[in-house]
Design a protein around this ligand. Structure first.
Ligand SMILES: [Zn+2]
Length: 402
């Protein structure tokens, strides 16, 4: 603190004396002299004393001392001011107010006096020596010291526990998505993303689903206008990536997809997908099988068995589904796998030549495979969750388990 600041600062006691009678002036007079005649007025008087006691104590604590000697002196001065047997404020109040109080006010004054006397224990020598810090020493934290000296705020009790901020956690869908991404990143794939509000062309036509195709109905989605939809799958990203990068191409497309499904325990109008695409020369169905088997074992564990069953998608030919041995019963048969011991986990297949063409890639030279999976479904299998709605409700009791 600079010299000028010290001069400008007016101690609370002096500031009061300028506008009205000081504490000392009052405690040297009787209640009668002070014209205090009612319990309310007594209450106010003692409240003023209580405030003065506390503010003088806080002021000393805020100011601190430069060394042990100065601290001892300052502590003694404040202690004596309030507690000295002769001339201390508490003694004066006892002498001038309590003992000389009119009979009818004595109980009120007595009660208030007792309270003040209890409070005055805070300026006992022992207590103050503990509370008043020595500047620059370990007892006063250097950083808090600077702010608190001068403004006279109470010192911070660093032994008290701090405010605890609740820790967040990663959403299970994000967690599973990242896990899937990590496996494919390890295989040399890169991540691609695209718009969720997508053209009808990229969402259907470029994927070999013309308007007349019956499969279009299955994916028919939420239209923004006649040419724009909320994408029903992340497949448009594959077309965009083929156009942008050409071949060879090894990409993963994670993101949101939208359907007109009615919400139930396995369907939601919005969910997350991860699609993969590999385009290169000499890519065969064997590459697809090998890659997906590796991925499934990495994700679900080495014990699971994989199998492929034929399927149909307009954008792949041939098309298949990856089935794995049921993660719940280990293949024995249960409610989840409908007693078959197998569950279908994703669709896949060799990219349809027409789709490659839409992506600007020559199907005579290149071939490719693709797959698509639902992230919520994977998370449900991984964490044994039976309702897809739980992922999207934002209930902390559910989310904090991950
Ligand atoms: Zn099962």
């Amino acid at each position: 603190m600079s010299e000028s600041e010290t001069e400008n600062r007016i101690p609370p006691k002096k500031a009061r004396s300028r506008s009205r009678m000081s504490i000392d002036d009052k405690t040297n007079k009787t209640l009668k002299d002070l014209d205090v005649k009612t319990p309310e007025a007594i209450g106010e008087l003692f409240a003023e004393l209580s405030l003065a006691l506390d503010s003088e104590r806080q002021h000393l604590i805020g100011e601190g001392a430069s060394d042990d000697h100065e601290r001892a002196q300052k502590v003694k001065a404040l202690r004596d001011r309030w507690l000295a047997r002769k001339g201390g404020q508490v003694s004066l109040i006892d002498e001038n107010w309590l003992k000389k109080a009119p009979k009818e006010l004595k109980p009120t004054v007595g009660r208030a006096f007792n309270q003040l006397r209890q409070q005055s224990a805070s300026v006992e020598t022992e207590q103050l020596l503990q509370d008043v810090p020595i500047r620059g020493s370990a007892t006063a934290h250097p950083e808090t010291t600077k702010a608190e000296f001068g403004v006279g705020r109470p010192s911070v009790d660093i032994t008290l526990p701090g405010y605890r901020r609740p820790l967040g956690s990663i959403h299970p869908v994000t967690r599973v998505m990242r896990e899937i991404e990590d496996i494919f990143l390890g295989l040399g794939f890169s991540i691609e993303s695209g718009p969720e509000v997508e053209s009808v062309y990229y969402s259907f036509d470029a994927l070999n689903i013309p308007e007349s195709h019956p499969a279009r109905d299955e994916w028919d989605t939420l239209y923004v206008n006649s040419e724009t939809v909320l994408r029903p799958h992340t497949s448009p990203v594959q077309i965009r990536a083929m156009k942008k990068h050409g071949a060879p191409l090894y990409i993963l497309c994670p993101g949101k997809a939208y359907r007109h499904d009615n919400p139930d325990s396995t369907h939601a109008t919005m969910f997350h997908q991860v699609e993969g695409l590999a385009v290169d020369t000499d890519i065969t169905f064997a590459d697809l099988k090998g890659t997906l088997e590796y991925f499934a074992k990495k994700f679900f564990g080495d014990k699971i068995k994989t199998n492929f069953s034929p399927s149909f998608f307009p954008f792949t030919e041939p098309s298949g589904e990856l089935v794995i041995s049921c993660v719940f019963c280990g293949g024995e048969g249960c409610r989840v796998c409908k007693e078959s011991g197998w569950v279908e986990v994703m669709g896949c297949g060799m990219v349809h030549p027409e789709v490659l063409r839409h992506g600007g890639i020559d199907p005579e030279r290149y071939s490719g495979w693709a797959f698509g999976l639902g992230v919520e479904r994977f998370a449900m299998m991984k964490y044994d969750i039976n309702d897809i709605q739980l992922f999207h409700q934002g209930d902390v009791r559910f989310l904090e388990q991950f």
